[in-house]
Ligand binder design. Structure first.
Ligand code: PGA
Length: 249
């Protein structure tokens, strides 16, 4: 398998023109010739700025969300075709913050995944359980249900997606899943993908996200089914993000 790992930064609602410029310039200067794929998923108003800043570098541009709709009266949304015009390569879909604060259901996440794929954007589909669900022993059931909805709608091109396992209790909390905990869930997701697309399942990237940082990245990325990381807080500091990229290389 010649699949390169993917290290994707999720800036969330952080940044400014000045801060973005400093961060991306430091990344471009420090990244060298990486052995992994790299993306930064930036707030929508900064897509044009960051598109210019990453041009000619190995860093690809990502969005943090995408509309399920093609166009029309959907105030506040951005279509996949619009994102594509700004060179967007990846779009995060179904992040737990979207599910939690914006009521995104499994069906909406599946539809957004389809919209991204139809426009040549690689969706990074997020799944993950809450602490209560983990403690109730429901982790497997929850992530399988979330991924099943996406497979149901996008089965024919499921090999084109990236999956991100992000336990909700690990996001922004400094509480990382142990490599064993993460690998166990990644293996479940891999088996589910194998069932949906046997020939391609091994090639589908499954990222881990949730307090991944410069100190713990190498150990997580060494697991058999962890094919990269979706990094929030640590992607805002160039030295930390570069260290995670180095750990994946
Ligand atoms: P974190 O966020 O790295 O700050 O925990 C990860 C994410 O939510 O994608």
């Amino acid at each position: 398998m010649t699949k390169k790992k993917l290290i994707a930064g999720n800036w969330k609602m952080n940044g400014s023109l000045a801060a973005n410029e400093a961060l991306v310039k430091a990344l471009v200067a420090g990244v060298g010739t990486p052995a992994c794929a790299i993306a930064v998923c930036v707030p929508a108003p900064y897509l044009a700025q960051v598109q210019t800043l990453v041009a000619g570098s190995p860093i690809e541009l990502g969005a943090q969300d995408v509309s399920a709709r093609a166009q029309g009266a959907f105030t506040g949304e951005q279509s996949a075709a619009m994102l594509k015009e700004f060179g967007v390569h990846y779009a995060i879909v179904g992040h737990s913050e979207r599910r939690q604060y914006h009521g995104e259901t499994d069906e909406v996440v599946a539809a957004k995944t389809a919209a991204a794929l139809a426009n040549g954007i690689t969706p990074i589909v997020c799944v993950g359980e809450t602490l209560a669900q983990r403690e109730a022993g429901q982790t497997e059931e929850i992530v399988k249900r979330q991924l099943a909805a996406v497979i149901h709608v996008n089965g024919h091109c499921i090999s084109e997606i990236v999956v991100a396992y992000e336990p909700v209790w690990a996001i922004g909390t400094g509480k990382t899943a142990t490599p064993e905990q993460a690998q166990a869930v990644h293996a479940v997701l891999r088996a589910q993908l194998h069932h949906a697309a046997s020939d391609h399942a091994a090639g589908i990237r499954i990222l881990y996200g949730g307090s991944m940082n410069a100190a713990n990245a190498a150990e997580l990325l060494a697991q058999a089914d962890i094919d990269g990381g979706l990094i929030g807080g640590a992607s805002l500091k160039a030295p930390d993000f570069l260290q995670i990229i180095a750990a994946a290389s």
